[in-house]
Design a protein around this ligand. Sequence first.
Ligand SMILES: N[C@@H](CCC(=O)N[C@@H](CS)C(=O)NCC(=O)O)C(=O)O
Length: 317
Amino acid sequence: MSHPTASDLILHHYATSPFSEKVRLILGYKRLAWRSVTVPMVLPKPDVVALTGGYRRTPFLQIGADIYCDSALIARVLERLAPEPTLYPPASAGSAELLSHWADSALFWTAIPYTMQPAGLASIFNNAPPEAIKVFGADRAAMSPHFRRPTVADGSVQLQIYLAWLEGQLADGRAFFGGDEVSIADFSVAHPIWFIRRAPPVAGVLDACPRLAAWYERVQALGQGQPGEKVDAAEALRLAASAGAGAREPSAVQAGLGFEAGETVSVAATDYGSDLVLGQLVGLSADEVAVRREDERAGAVVVHFPRIGFQIKKFTP
Ligand SMILES: N[C@@H](CCC(=O)N[C@@H](CS)C(=O)NCC(=O)O)C(=O)O
């Protein structure tokens, strides 16, 4: 079993995706070389689901025939591959994870609708035709049908409150959210701020936060790595097929967690984009679940998810 090197990393993402920006910044921070597959922004995504088994969210990381979904898991995988510089310094353990989780959920889901208000849309879509914007809106509405999205009035106020919290956290002059050391929290706060900044007509909301602005520049400076070398999706599928599932690292189904190795399970995100991924359970721990599945084009792949934010169920057809 050969160990992967950083050049085996393939990030499936698109340029304007905030969670992809989070991972791109982490790759830069860790000085990792990577390859880049651009995925569609909306369904259908046949080459995506050939690898993931149904998970449609962006980004995901491919290492041979192992597919890692969700930026929280991707960050941990990159940390395993390249422990230095760390994303999880002991001094801010716990608080950095908490802030990261809040930023990836509450801050993200406030910043995105705020930025996509009518005044911000043209910048975000780079003046794309109205039809493309409609298709995007319908795709996202179907992905999260039960969300009650904040109105512009509510969202603006909520965002200002959140930004004031962040500014307050930096008031003691700390360089990063966890203190003097960079942590996962910095990358999770950075991506919603990056998105707001992409829409100058609405980005003035950040003007009230000079410490946040200075912190943002520091994080950008850390995270500027080499852009990924482009690979097309067909080549990524071929690489998966030739790697063979499980070539990367052995995983085990731990006892006492409610499931048996080899049983068919479904895994789905609990918040939005909850498409089921079906497969044989090959890995289960308090951190991660992994299922093995077969695809006509990608061959046997192992798809990994974090435990937080995902539901595992025994599958009975
Ligand atoms: N918790 C996930 C959230 C990922 C997410 O919401 N990504 C957005 C794009 S930034 C998405 O999937 N949008 C729909 C899509 O790309 O199909 C993560 O951390 O990776």
